[in-house]
Design a protein around this ligand. Structure first.
Ligand SMILES: C=C(O[C@@H]1C=C(C(=O)O)C=C[C@H]1O)C(=O)O
Length: 431
């Protein structure tokens, strides 16, 4: 049984169910993704995992759907009411135990994709050598006993074919060239342009298989699944844990060649490239400036490090701060979104150029995706290296990738960079 609420911005507060939440410690359950039951729709499978730690969930005990510019605020109000109504019995008291919800927010306030927050019926978590299971049931009903077992391996996708999305590669390079000329004309400093691809398998795509591939091949990323949006993001928009805020900012990218020695020299080149350092600085500033009002103190390293992923390398900066307000992780995500890593600088000019040149709705791509605890802690990544499984046809997924465009950008190089960023999802979709 589940309760669904919808907030359109016109009605009163959305109703909330009264939930009974029980968390119990369990013996090491093995691979968390291997516990997720088969034959669930993509919208009922939840994940936030890195190197085997994190939470996975399934089913739906409560859900809210919001839309428009108030999607964060409406979602927050619903969560506050749900937390107040619920009762929680948590033996474990670790990040991700007790009452938690998974969420994802559209990139744009004008997107029909809106925002969603879901409390799964079952959540299994691990942090180091501790593991737990949480059940969420309507108050008054008996707490179900959950039988956790390793499920048979999910089937690989079969016969996936790819097609152009909103623009052909040539059209998209034209958009990049236009963005460069606008930057050279002094209209703005940086603009992130994205493109999409469509992919279609012969049978419904199994989210569990996509997540397993992504988390095994990209251990430096967070493998996520929320409401049919699946991916492996290397970029942490904001984590809030007991008053400590952290954010991993990425901007400035180079493709890997597969030759380790050459990649090391490319990494050294990336760390000195003035084009990439300028692009990176815009992104770091946008995060630090927006976090500052929420922090007592903030630490911004002077220079970035190079984050190595199997497909690309990024300039990366870990920003940290001490929370000064009672803001939740979701409110901090709202304050930071969209950072210059996915939008540009200045924000308004970049936003206008994105609308003019991308010719698509980003949906939930490049929006915040993650989880939220009853106390407001949580982790929100930027939904990159991801795809949205079609709610109408579970054989279809729409993939996205984008690139930061600055004065020195070359359209063909940006197209190649966007292809490299599509590799994780393309590989996960191979048989
Ligand atoms: C927009 C994306 O990535 C962003 C853009 C980057 C860049 O242009 O260098 C690097 C990391 C991300 O912040 C994407 O992966 O789709």
């Amino acid at each position: 049984m589940s309760t669904t609420s919808s907030v359109t911005g016109t009605g009163g507060p959305a109703p909330v169910p009264s939930l009974r939440v029980v968390t119990r410690r369990i013996a090491d359950p093995g691979d968390l993704l291997g516990l997720v039951p088969a034959n669930l729709p993509a919208t009922a499978i939840f994940s936030w995992l890195r190197r085997g730690d994190g939470i996975v969930g399934w089913g739906q005990a409560a859900r809210v759907d919001t839309i428009g510019a108030d999607r964060f605020a409406e979602t927050s109000r619903w969560w506050t009411a749900l937390v107040a109504e619920g009762s929680v019995d948590d033996d474990v008291r670790r990040p991700g135990s007790g009452l938690v919800a998974f969420g994802s927010m559209a990139y744009s306030s004008s997107s029909p994709a809106g925002g969603t927050l879901v409390v799964p019926s079952v959540v299994v978590g691990r942090r180091g050598d501790e593991a737990w299971v949480t059940t969420c049931t309507p108050a008054g009903q008996p707490t179900p006993s959950v039988h956790l077992e390793a499920r048979p391996a999910p089937a690989s996708p079969q016969g996936v074919s790819f097609g152009d999305g909103s623009q052909t590669p040539t059209q998209w390079m034209g958009a990049v060239a236009t963005a460069v000329s606008r930057i050279n004309a002094g209209e703005l400093d940086k603009c992130v342009l994205a493109r999409d691809l469509t992919a279609r398998g012969l049978a419904p795509l199994d989210t569990r298989r996509l997540l397993q591939r992504l988390s095994t091949s990209y251990p430096n990323t967070w493998a996520f699944s929320v409401d049919g949006l699946v991916g492996a993001t290397p970029e942490m928009l904001v984590r809030l844990e007991r008053g400590l805020i952290t954010s991993r900012v990425l901007a400035g990218t180079i493709r890997r060649t597969g030759d380790d020695e050459r990649d090391l020299s490319l990494a050294a080149h990336l760390a000195r490239s003035s084009k990439d350092l300028v692009e990176h600085e815009f992104a770091v500033r946008s995060v630090a400036d927006r976090l500052a009002p929420h922090c007592d103190s903030i630490n911004v390293p002077e220079s970035p490090f190079v984050l190595h992923l199997p497909n690309v390398m990024h300039l990366a900066t870990d920003v940290a701060g001490v929370l000064s307000s009672r803001s939740t992780s979701l409110a901090l995500a709202e304050a930071l979104h969209p950072s210059a890593a996915v939008c540009g600088t200045p924000r308004d000019a970049a936003e206008a150029l994105i609308t003019e040149l991308e010719h698509m709705d980003r949906g939930r791509y490049a929006g915040p995706v993650g989880w939220l605890s009853a106390g407001g802690d949580g982790e929100w990544g930027i939904a990159l290296r991801s795809g949205a499984i079609s709610p109408e046809d579970p054989r279809e997924i729409r993939l996205f990738a984008g690139c930061g465009i600055v004065a020195g950008s070359d359209p063909a190089a940006e197209l190649a960079e966007s292809d490299a960023k599509l590799v994780p999802m393309r590989d996960a979709l191979s048989s």
